[in-house]
Design a protein around this ligand. Structure first.
Ligand code: 0O2
Length: 209
């Protein structure tokens, strides 16, 4: 595919990411308006860059004419939560939506990956309207806590630095860091009530000043 063809191929994915970013961020605003704790801290989204699509296709032996059905994360969204308990609330909200058709869920929270990676993945079909008609594209939504996100971001850059071959010593450190992030999530969940009260007091204070 040449540059123009890639642009055309990726256009519906770009639209899906932009639309879903607005919609998912909107959930947070609705909680805020009601003065309630939002299970969503922040939302990000990206379309996989062409070199990464090509790398992944090669790694997973996906022929280019099959990437549309077989590569599930060309359109990717991330929803970050403060507490582990918020993750299932967010997943249920996604299951209840009428503009998404969930095709797969992958729970790397109860069973983390060997690397130490933890996150909940929801793969869904999302309809995008264009002048050629309705097109359903696959999107992958990763739901994770702030601690899980911190770990995954660092591990991702190290993987990039070492072209997927992280030295054994660093791998061990990363596994330990993943355990520490897990314990941090557990500790934060224990004092969840305290944290939420503090947030409420703080936002009332900033509203009046
Ligand atoms: P990028 O740069 O984020 O787009 P596989 O890639 O074989 O592990 P699969 O079947 O594509 O898995 O789906 P899965 O397991 O849902 O993983 C896809 C995405 O999850 C990855 O995309 C990462 O974003 C994230 N992910 C999965 N495992 C790890 C991990 O061990 N560490 C980190 N940091 N992220 C992970 P890409 O295409 O790998 O990368």
């Amino acid at each position: 595919m040449n540059y123009k063809e890639w642009e055309q191929f990726l256009a519906p994915y770009k639209q899906a990411v932009e639309e879903l970013k607005v919609k998912l961020k909107g959930i947070r605003s609705q909680f805020e308006l009601r003065g309630e704790h939002s299970p969503i801290e922040f939302v990000t989204g990206r379309v996989k860059p062409v070199p990464s699509i090509l790398d992944k296709a090669k790694r997973k032996q996906i022929p280019l004419d099959k990437i549309e059905e077989e590569m599930q994360d060309i359109a990717g969204l991330r929803m970050m939560c403060q507490f582990v308990g918020d993750i299932q609330l967010v997943v249920q909200m996604l299951r209840d939506r009428h503009d998404l058709e969930i095709v797969e869920e992958r729970d790397y929270i109860t069973r983390n990956k060997e690397s130490g990676y933890r996150s909940y993945h929801v793969v869904a079909r999302y309809p995008v309207q264009s002048f050629e008609g309705l097109k359903k594209v696959l999107v992958e939504i990763q739901i994770r806590t702030l601690a899980m996100n911190f770990w995954a971001t660092i591990e991702h850059s190290l993987n990039y630095k070492y072209s997927g071959n992280i030295p054994e010593q660093i791998k061990i450190r990363l596994q330990r860091a993943a355990e520490a992030a897990y314990r941090l999530d557990e500790e934060m969940s224990q004092i969840r009530g305290e944290i939420q009260e503090a947030h409420a007091i703080f936002s009332r204070k900033t509203e009046t000043t």
